[in-house]
Design a protein around this ligand. Structure first.
Ligand code: TRP
Ligand code: SF4
Length: 333
């Protein structure tokens, strides 16, 4: 039996290069080894984007396109939309009966996100329950492994604690899921800060390679290297973070040598980077355009995947209802 994997992404915009290198590339590989379910978690998007439902709706489609273009394969994995399987919400509700609120209040992302997204009112019931909804996503498929970044580890830990508490109270239904840490390479935005939509410094997967080229050519470099004749330090230059991902070692040596002696200029360096980057981006972009031209195919893939997910979720809910004595439709009531 293959191990079951579940992971999700929130549809709050198109995916950027960091999402691809950090998570997606890894998911694509996991498809070969595990029984994978990947969810576009639109309920989760609503916890912060409840005023922007239009944008959440549009992002669901765009993320599906990003996923397929990146190599998630509906023949190998289940690709689904969370809100189309309302059992996620039902399980979330039932788990909310047994989770002590301090467990949720002490999750580090709760206070952090509240601080960071000050322009949004996150003092909602749904936002507090975010990690519990995530636990429901994972537990409803009895996932063994959850590929996530470091920032999500506390959420997986909560899922384990909730599973344990449920099993103690009502009998064992859920396995305890484990986080499978994804190392994401450091990929700063074009201004050198963390790549993020709110900074407007993203490189999206859906961008035209020409556009990406332009962004790289105008990207911030070592701020101490003001003139062509000033030597630079690649270790403090965001462009060099990209070289670490896209350029092989001989090319990187050439950059280090040339930069630190002012032997090369920043545009030489960036052109070199593009030689490694464009062959990764161009095929992705082409696949993406093809998919965007046949939206009904993309939608069908999601509907079909969601149907498969729904069958598993319904089965688990039957067990949950039985365990919690909520099975009034059963024989013998
Ligand atoms: N919270 C996750 C994130 O922000 C998204 C997510 C929702 C998720 N449900 C999930 C990830 C279940 C893994 C498993 O990235
Ligand atoms: Fe950065 Fe390259 Fe310019 Fe050096 S040469 S400062 S590594 S862009």
């Amino acid at each position: 039996m293959k191990k079951r994997v579940f992971s999700g992404m929130r549809p709050t915009g198109r995916l950027h290069l960091g999402n691809y290198l950090g998570a997606l590339e890894n998911w694509v590989l996991m498809q070969e080894e595990y029984d994978c379910i990947f969810g576009i978690v639109d309920y989760h998007a609503l916890t912060s984007e409840y005023r922007n439902v239009e944008s959440v709706h549009e992002s669901v489609f765009q993320i599906a396109v990003d996923w397929l273009a990146s190599g998630l394969d509906p023949e190998k994995s289940i690709l689904m939309i969370q809100s189309m399987v309302p059992e996620h919400a039902e399980l979330h509700l039932l788990l909310s009966m047994i989770v002590p609120t301090p467990w949720l209040e002490r999750v580090p992302t709760y206070k952090e996100q509240m601080e960071q997204l000050r322009d949004k009112d996150l003092s909602t019931y749904g936002f507090l329950g975010y990690p519990l909804l995530q636990a429901a996503d994972i537990l409803i498929y009895k996932a063994d492994l959850v590929p996530v970044g470091e920032d999500q580890v506390a959420h997986i830990e909560l899922s384990r604690e909730v599973a344990r508490r449920f099993n103690n109270f009502y009998g064992t239904v859920f396995p305890e899921p484990e986080a499978k840490l994804t190392q994401s390479p450091r990929l700063p935005g074009t201004d050198g800060r963390k790549m993020s939509k709110s900074y407007g410094n993203e490189i999206q997967l859906s961008e035209d390679p020409k556009q990406i080229q332009k962004k790289i050519m105008t990207m911030i470099t070592d701020p101490a290297r003001k003139r062509r004749t000033d030597p630079g330090n690649p270790e403090v230059c965001p462009v060099f973070d990209y070289h670490k991902i896209f350029t092989e070692s001989a090319g990187r040596d050439w950059v280090v040598q040339g930069c630190s002696t002012a032997g090369i200029g920043c545009s030489d360096c960036k052109e070199m980077l593009l030689k490694g980057m464009l062959p990764v981006i161009e095929p992705l972009h082409e696949k993406r355009m093809k998919l965007e031209r046949s939206p009904s195919d993309v939608k069908e893939i999601l509907v079909e995947g969601t149907g498969k997910a729904s069958r598993i979720a319904k089965q688990t809910m039957q067990e949950v209802r039985q365990a919690m004595k909520l099975d009034y439709s059963a024989e013998g009531w």
